[in-house]
Design a protein around this ligand. Structure first.
Ligand code: APR
Ligand code: PHB
Length: 394
């Protein structure tokens, strides 16, 4: 078995692992990123697409925002609709900030290119990654790579391997508390080759279920329909998907989504999940490895960036000043913001979806809340400040 040494071993080359590796590099700290999938798979996987003001600032300050600034679509607000009647919520008016629509895989491409240009070590297609001696000062990662089995000795391990990764399960039994909520619906999402026919996102609450109009570029739209969990995607033909999108998204002023060839379709379940604490010994979790939000609030990738911002800062303080205080409060610091994002994502989800078998009281209360958010400046401001992103220290 070949042995290697680095300061931080990072499991997972998603937004969390790649950004952590880059932020550490900026402060002169070495890392090795170990990824189970191929580079092409990581760069093509279609995921989230909305960057908070806070994340854009972080990417730009870290010198990886050049293409994002050029190609990202800046949105100064969203439309919120109820049964075809829509109301704009202006983030610019209410908060002075905006969000940027830029696909997660584009962020991943930019970060991979930058790490490689800076001489960073990214190992793709690693098999059987396992973590050892995480309690001690010199934890180790073992894996099988293309050239045989390797062991990497490090000072710290960052578990950035997403919800299905192995890092969370390396915590000894009884250490983690799990908080979760599963929603009684899912999203059927499509990517369509059709130029967006509106400039901003439209979140529509409809009698037939929630629908979302989003986009990726001046050529590509991204649309979602609330559906049953475990919905069989093969039962959704091109015509059925577009007919349902027209019914739910069509507006009273005649606006309809523009149709185009469907490039990709899939069903995503909806859950809220938090594992606490984010640290045990020398193992630190970040991103989806520690928490999942339903996509309604567009927070997933943004939370991953907030975590690694704090983690890189804490690791830098350790190497620079032998100061472990930020490492010891890393979990608490992140969890404060994670729970606020959980609250917001749950609230947006509960506000906008149809719930089967809900009581008459709950239905009336939901409609009143929709009217409140779309007519009260105070309520809209609360939505806007959460959507554009709470401060990193929140
Ligand atoms: N060994 C190595 N790599 C692994 C392993 C493993 N055992 N298990 C998973 N991985 C890799 C995955 O292949 C993936 O590339 O870890 C990476 C985790 O990346 P993400 O799932 O993108 O998670 P994260 O970086 O935390 O980013 C969160 O991703 O799920 C979206 O919407 C979510 O936008 C959010 C973002
Ligand atoms: C997306 O474009 O994929 C998207 C946008 C907003 C959301 C969720 C997903 O709330």
């Amino acid at each position: 078995m070949a042995c290697f040494k680095t300061q931080v071993g990072i499991v997972g080359a998603g937004p969390a692992g790649l950004m952590l590796s880059h932020l550490l590099h900026l402060t002169g700290i070495e890392s090795i990123v170990l990824e189970a999938r191929s580079r092409a798979y990581c760069e093509e996987r279609v995921r989230a697409g909305v960057l908070e003001h806070t994340s854009v600032q972080m990417l730009c300050e870290a010198g990886v925002g050049e293409r994002l600034s050029r190609e990202g679509l800046r949105h100064g607000g969203i439309d919120l609709g109820v049964n075809g009647l829509r109301q704009r919520i202006s983030f610019i008016d209410l908060t002075g900030k905006c969000v940027t629509v830029y696909g997660q895989q584009e962020v991943v491409k930019d970060l991979i290119a930058r790490r490689l240009a800076d001489g960073g070590e990214l190992r793709f297609e690693c098999r059987h990654v396992s973590l050892h001696e995480i309690e001690g000062p010199q934890p180790r990662i073992r894996m099988d790579g293309n050239a045989g089995a390797d062991e990497i000795r490090c000072d710290f391990i960052a578990g950035c391997d997403g919800f299905h990764g192995i890092s969370r399960s390396a915590f000894p039994p009884g250490v983690l508390s799990i908080y979760e909520h599963t929603y009684p619906f899912a999203w059927l999402g499509i990517l369509a080759e059709a130029p967006p026919s509106r400039n901003e996102l439209l979140y529509m609450h409809h009698e037939r279920g929630f629908a979302l109009y989003s986009m990726r570029s001046p050529r590509i739209t991204r649309l979602y329909l609330q559906c049953r969990p475990g919905e069989d995607i093969d039962e959704w033909s091109y015509d059925r998907i577009w007919s349902e999108l027209h019914s739910r998204l069509g507006c009273s002023d005649g606006w309809r989504p523009t149709e185009g060839p469907i490039l990709q379709k899939g069903v995503t379940g909806m859950r809220s999940f938090v594992a606490e604490p984010l640290q045990y010994g020398r193992l630190y979790l970040a991103g989806d490895a520690a928490h999942i939000v339903p996509p309604t609030g567009a927070k997933g990738m943004n939370l991953a960036f907030a975590d690694v911002f704090h983690l890189s800062d804490a690791i830098a303080a350790f190497y620079r000043r032998n100061d472990e205080s930020k490492l010891s409060t890393y979990s608490q610091t992140c969890l404060r913001r994670i729970w606020k994002a959980q609250r917001f994502s749950w609230w947006m989800t509960a506000l906008l979806h149809r719930f089967e078998n809900e009581s008459g009281f709950d239905r009336k209360r939901q409609l009143a809340e929709l009217e409140y958010v779309t007519t009260s400046r105070a309520a809209a401001t609360s939505l806007a400040e959460n959507y554009v992103g709470l401060p990193l220290q929140a």
